[in-house]
Design a protein. Structure first.
Ligand SMILES: Cc1cc2nc3c(=O)[nH]c(=O)nc-3n(C[C@H](O)[C@H](O)[C@H](O)COP(=O)(O)OP(=O)(O)OC[C@H]3O[C@@H](n4cnc5c(N)ncnc54)[C@H](O)[C@@H]3O)c2cc1C
Length: 435
């Protein structure tokens, strides 16, 4: 397998066809060059092409090769941090209006994604049946309730559910309480990425795949040059839409995130009985564990179940075992489910668990740090990047433009993750058994 082929995932096996995209072996001149053909870059390209801009999207792999073609497809409208925490971090610096815009932006992000899919006739098995978030142990109740209260006060629609209802809606009895966010839902993520790419291309964007941008050079006349092995893009402005796959292309950006691997498995289609019992109303599900368990059903009634990995994106036996253990933990009465596909990808984790937009040089913007909630968020941030290049006042954004802040000891992140994941898992397990 070539390193930049799509992973052997359920999504790659079942996605809608991609639009034609060739590698770049020419010189092109555009208004805006976009590095990264995931939700973020493709959404930006769509907005810009529709606004009449000449756009080139360049990806080192295929369209949707990064996290966008690998994720759980859960369209989740609530952030990790409470509005109060965000107010404490951003309020003094950027004003409370910014915080209010952010909470609205996040709360609306799921609806916006489904609307986008509908408006562009994107076939991606979109289902908006709601997202369940479930509490795994007593220690998680207080922060969960604070998050619930904060987001509800900020106007998000959330419904608390007790253990009994949670059990009926999920098919597992292992949780204490939860919420349902009715705007949440699911998509086939690679189909969605490809659908966005079709729409962007139809609007006039140029798509280049299998083209690693190796150098980003400011030109003397203003603007940028993006050099790959065999091609060159000259652009007035550049958007770095590389999230968890950010490399050294522009100094200081890679160090602002830690790429944490998440592993997912797709089971064989559930039996009729299992299907009736697990997520009968076809919600999506994620829990409050530090080393999260999340799952959903697919159009053909498989269970796609995910959790954190400790190593590489290419899952090893250890990862397979962790997924099996996770399935057994959540569904102890189910017989062992056959795993038909298992794959991994990178999540971009930031120090404050908030997304960031940076403008580290004139005409260069990046949006990254979706912390595992980027299906709706990254798509929505693509629009913000496009708006910025179209001249939108940064003060009116729902996310502030911040200085890139590197993680301390970033170069040791791999070893950090190897230590942190088992430790966090130990803490999660201890909380469950202490109930
Ligand atoms: C396994 C997994 C499960 C997840 N599940 C969920 C979920 O259920 N719900 C949710 O909300 N979020 C989920 N996420 C997170 C979500 O997938 C991401 O936040 C989102 O897809 C990020 O999109 P993006 O466009 O910003 O980045 P990506 O889709 O990662 O795209 C970045 C692209 O940049 C390209 N690139 C990088 N450097 C270069 C370069 N120098 N030259 C050319 N190209 C370059 C890469 O090839 C890549 O394709 C999950 C992530 C993973 C990995």
């Amino acid at each position: 397998m070539s390193p930049l082929a799509l992973p052997n995932s359920l999504w790659a096996a079942t996605a809608e066809a991609p639009p034609e995209a060739t590698s770049l072996d020419d010189q092109v001149n555009v208004d805006v060059a976009i590095v990264g053909a995931g939700f973020n870059g493709l959404r930006a390209a769509l907005v810009l092409a529709e606004a009449g801009k000449k756009v080139a999207v360049v990806d080192a792999g295929e369209i949707g090769w990064g996290a966008s073609g690998r994720n759980g497809g859960q369209v989740n409208p609530i952030g990790h941090e409470s509005p109060e925490t965000i107010r404490n971090r951003w309020g003094n610096r950027y004003g409370n209006d910014m915080v209010d815009r952010y909470t609205r932006f996040i709360s609306d992000s799921a609806d916006s994604l489904f609307e986008l899919a509908r408006n562009h006739h994107i076939h991606c098995d979109a289902e908006q049946n709601g997202w369940i978030r479930a509490v795994h142990g007593n220690a998680a109740i207080k922060p969960f309730e604070e998050l619930y209260q904060g987001w509800t006060d900020a106007g998000s629609e959330l419904r608390l559910i007790d253990k009994e209802e949670l059990s009926a809606l999920s098919g597992t009895e292992g949780y204490l309480l939860g919420w349902v966010a009715p705007q949440g839902g699911s998509i086939q993520p690679l189909s969605f990425a490809r659908g966005l790419a079709h729409a962007a291309k139809a609007a006039g964007a140029n798509l280049y795949s299998q083209t690693h941008v190796e150098k980003l050079i400011p030109s003397k006349q203003g603007g940028w040059q993006l050099a790959s092995k065999r091609g060159l893009v000259t652009a007035d402005q550049v958007l770095l839409c590389t999230n968890g796959y950010t490399d050294k292309l522009f100094p200081g950006i890679r160090e602002t995130i830690v790429p944490v691997v998440s592993i997912q498995a797709a089971t064989a289609p559930l039996t009729e009985h299992q299907n009736a019992h697990i997520l009968p109303d076809r919600h999506t599900f994620a829990d409050t564990r530090r080393v999260i368990f999340y799952f959903r059903k697919t159009a053909d009634n498989r269970l796609v179940f995910g959790s954190a990995g400790t190593g590489d994106e290419l899952p090893n036996n250890n990862d397979r075992q962790r997924i099996k253990t996770g399935l057994k933990t959540v569904f102890p009465r189910l017989p062992d489910l056959t795993i038909d596909y298992i794959w991994g990808g990178r999540i971009a984790v930031t120090q404050d668990h908030l997304p960031h937009i940076h403008n580290p040089a004139p005409g260069l913007y990046t949006a990254l740090g979706c912390n595992g909630r980027g299906v709706a968020l990254s798509t929505a941030m693509g629009r913000l990047l496009a708006d910025l290049t179209l001249g939108r006042d940064p003060e009116s954004l729902p996310i502030p433009i911040t200085q890139p802040r590197p993680y301390p000891f970033h170069r040791f992140h791999r070893i950090g993750i190897k230590i942190a994941v088992p430790w966090k898992q130990f803490c999660d397990n201890r909380e469950v058994t202490r109930e």
